[in-house]
Design a protein. Structure first.
Length: 267
């Protein structure tokens, strides 16, 4: 029997690529979107879901279980970017980003665990980010929300293992998707003391996305995780130097690593 997969944020970008790849491998895949009607040509069946809305989460999970009779894999992919000087990002935008990148996935996990516990099996994959392993300039909120999800996963893994349910993180680097268009950008203010360095960093980030890896690599990585008997707690997917930056953070003195980041971002 084909395993049943639910992917949040499955209408575009990494989520869509993962969904198509798994569907081609014979999995029964359901994607989600806040507005499925906007994607009439999508190759994946889309269910209405907003990770900030608990009622839509409950209804989406119930819909999948009603249609398929089970739920084997949840991929928490829905996320949002945010950039800006930490001093200038409105508090409402900070809270909104954590609602999407951290609290939304937690609510999704809570919604699927009863079914997986009943099945005595299941796998939850949280899509985080290599940015979650380090505090990046002008991306501090994004780094913090994704880093928090990494740590939450570590704790969840130990709590749910006795139920036969596995959980893991997969952290992508820069991929060629439309994520830059969907980010919240704090305005580049003419009178801001951060105007020049923040402006440079924005240009650099957008260039990295434009020249990023093929999102299909994430599909291949997720498929490999799904077909692994006992998944590890952490996986990284992306360019070598992006993954190696995590290793450097572990082995270099703090000031040396900080200087490398500042040089990279031309600060």
């Amino acid at each position: 029997m084909s395993k049943v997969v639910l992917i949040t944020g499955g209408s575009s970008g990494i989520g869509k690529s993962i969904g198509i790849y798994l569907q081609d491998k014979g999995y029964k895949v359901y994607g989600t979107s806040r507005n499925p009607e906007r994607y009439p040509e999508t190759p994946l069946p889309l269910i209405t879901l907003d990770v900030k809305d608990a009622a839509t989460i409950t209804k989406a999970v119930s819909t999948v279980i009603a249609k398929a009779g089970r739920l084997d894999i949840l991929i928490n992919n829905a996320g949002a970017g945010i950039t800006g000087p930490l001093e200038e990002i409105p508090e409402a935008e900070i809270k909104a980003n954590f609602e999407i990148n951290l609290f939304g996935p937690i609510q999704m996990i809570k919604a699927v665990l009863p079914q997986m516990r009943e099945q005595k099996s299941g796998l939850i994959i949280n899509v985080t980010s290599i940015a979650g392993y380090m505090g990046l300039p002008y991306r501090g909120i994004y780094s913090a929300s994704k880093g928090a999800l990494e740590l939450i996963t570590e704790a969840f893994r130990m709590e749910i293992k006795a139920f036969g349910v596995e959980m893991t993180n997969v952290a992508p680097g820069d991929f060629a998707t439309n994520i830059a268009a969907g980010r919240y950008h704090a305005p580049l203010k003419e009178d801001s003391p951060y105007k020049v360095p923040y402006g440079k960093t924005l240009e650099l980030m957008d260039a990295h996305v434009d020249s990023g890896s093929d999102p299909e690599l994430m599909g291949k990585a997720v498929y490999k995780i799904i077909t692994t008997a006992q998944p590890k707690g952490h996986y990284k997917v992306g360019a070598f130097m992006q993954k190696f930056s995590i290793v450097l953070k572990r082995i270099l003195p703090d000031k040396m690593y900080e200087n490398l980041l500042m040089k990279h971002y031309e600060l």
